[in-house]
Design a protein around this ligand. Structure first.
Ligand code: GLP
Length: 247
């Protein structure tokens, strides 16, 4: 694993963005795995800039997203489908029919997981962008999720509901369940780039880089992902990082 500790959020976004752009430049038909959350927003801005200045085209790429809340529609501002359109898809030359997320409104939830797994079997990610939850979750794979899991329905933990409530009007509006790619689907990606920023991610990042590989910290499995695999991390000053034994 290549760990890159950067000076600020902008650096993290630029360097992670370069890694993604490189994949698209080499293969304009690449399958890109995307994530939501505040961490990759700067990375998406960087891709938008490169698209607008003609450096790269996304016209032929295909995308798969990690997860989606269950029970909310793509037009709901809190859905991940809405997030992706707002921060990326509506701002680049991508063909919307090439973008894929689990359908949060699917009535047959198990059927929707099966559909998404079949899609992922067909479309292996050339690169998967990841964020990380403060409890070490990736996608919505909460602590305790099997490393062998494929797309499944998740009961969100209290800590994730609390963390994610900042984007909702009220904590009671955060859905209790979500669809998530499983760990196995994530590990199938040919390349992974994880972006993490802020103090509340320090412990999770430490576990990811140096901790025991355990289902209790889902991100720790990434230590076994064959290179190239990058973790870009920004957190405060050198002394703070030292204090947390991160460097
Ligand atoms: C959600 C998403 C994750 C994301 C995490 C962290 O739970 N399902 O994919 O990594 O939030 O989000 P943020 O980057 O906003 O801290």
């Amino acid at each position: 694993m290549k760990v890159i500790i950067v000076e600020d959020y902008e650096q993290m976004s630029k360097q992670a963005g370069e890694i993604v752009l490189d994949v698209v430049k080499k293969n304009p038909n690449a399958v890109l795995g995307f994530a939501t959350g505040t961490s990759p927003i700067g990375l998406y801005d960087y891709l938008v800039k490169a698209n607008k200045n003609g450096e790269v085209s996304f016209a032929n790429v295909k995308t798969v997203n990690l997860d989606e809340y269950a029970g909310i529609s793509a037009t709901n501002e809190n859905s991940y489908a809405y997030f992706m359109k707002k921060y990326l898809f509506d701002r680049i030359d991508i063909d919307n029919k090439n973008t894929n997320l689990p359908n949060g409104m699917a009535k047959d939830r198990q059927g929707e997981c099966d559909r998404y797994n079949a899609l992922l079997d067909e479309m292996k990610q050339d690169i998967q962008v990841l964020g990380i939850g403060s409890n070490g979750h990736i996608g919505f794979n909460e602590p305790g999720t099997s490393f062998n899991s494929t797309t499944h329905i998740v009961d969100l933990t209290e800590s994730t509901i609390k963390d994610n409530s900042r984007l909702f009007e009220d904590v009671s509006q955060v859905p209790l369940q979500a669809f998530s790619m499983g760990i196995k689907n994530i590990m199938n990606a040919k390349q992974i780039v994880l972006v993490a920023s802020g103090k509340n991610k320090a412990q999770a990042v430490k576990g990811l880089i140096k901790g025991e590989i355990t289902e209790e910290l889902p991100a720790s499995i990434l230590q076994l992902h064959p290179p190239p695999h990058f973790c870009l991390f920004w957190y405060s000053s050198y002394s703070k990082r030292k204090e947390h034994n991160l460097i």
